[in-house]
Design a protein around this ligand. Sequence first.
Ligand SMILES: *Cc1c(COP(=O)(O)O)cnc(C)c1O
Length: 417
Amino acid sequence: MVRFSQEIEELSLLAERKISSQIQEIDRIVDRNQWKVIEAFQRNKVSDFHFSGSTGYAYNDRGREVIDEVYADVFGAESALVRPHFASGTHTISTALFGVLRPGDELLYITGRPYDTLHKVIGEAGDGTGSLKDFGIEYCEVSLLEDGGIDWKGVSEAISSKTKVIGIQRSRGYDWRSSFTVQEIGVMVEKVKAIKPDVIVFVDNCYGEFTEELEPTQVGVDIMAGSLIKNPGGGIAETGGYICGKQKYVDQAAYRLTAPGIGREVGAMLGTTRGIYQGLFLAPNTVGQAVKGSVYAAALFEEVGFVTKPAWNEKRTDLIQAVSFSGPEHLIAFVQGIQRAAAVDSHVVPEPWDMPGYEHPVIMAAGTFIQGGSLELSADAPIREPYIGYMQGGLTYSHVKYGVLMALQTMKERNLL
Ligand SMILES: *Cc1c(COP(=O)(O)O)cnc(C)c1O
């Protein structure tokens, strides 16, 4: 049994007492989503034979066809495309965007600068990489207001006859802003469609799935995408992504993923099918564990005097917990402490390094079963002012608790508390 200092044990008790009603609310959401998933399995008559893998062209792979139906059902969408052939979240989002956009069209992001890895997908005209701009698709974004809200004046001025797709990122990603709740996304859909009824609303749903009772496709979003090594994979799916939404747009994305004329009809699942089903079944609960962990972390770090976003008592719509530390030593101790509590790779000590594509050294804790799987407990921080550490995930609440306590313990050992 790890022994934390008495002071840390007391802070932990205080934090847990404080968050008890939040924990109850998370349990309620888990119950709702768990049943929503089970009902989708039942309606689609999921059976053992759906779990076997397919090879070659994999025509008529019932497991693949039915998982699409189950996802569509869970997300309240007309159609879904759930595939291990999506290499990452970025690949999935890119496929959705290229599926619906054509040269001369414009993509307009209304939630400010999108997630880092999408910058290269947007690219530059003539960059030769086959990015959106390289294909003659235009891109525009409207920054968020100071208070993190949508700049509606800016958006209504930016929407033009060329605007084909409106992009919305649900999660804060690694920005010090609030994430957008499903209800807020619903309002965005209404407003942009009031300005331009035929616009296609796309949502990057990464980190959001199952944190609320409803998903963006249930409030009018036309197409959305996410990663299976985040929330909906339940920590079990080994790779992949999903796209869901209106039939027409999901079909277009399928033509982009494989080839026009072929679309969703092929694609060997190899041995991935069972994990995708079982992961979806577990996802509501696992997401609940991770969200509880984030709420606990926020409460505990606030007790110590750090500023957290979201605060422990704010409504949650994604997994990410940001904590603002007082200096680089605290930030490094935080990430190294999280690593010390891992089941995998606890013996390695993360150090800041110059990662390609980043302007500042970055330090990351990741002791995961799935490489880069961020429904598993992980933490990252660019070493720069204002010294914000980001943590997300946790397959079990206890693990997150130990990770966060170990972070405090590490700070204490280094005389930083
Ligand atoms: C993780 C993430 C992505 C990209 O997913 P990768 O799997 O890292 O490529 C895109 N958008 C958001 C908001 C994310 O959290």
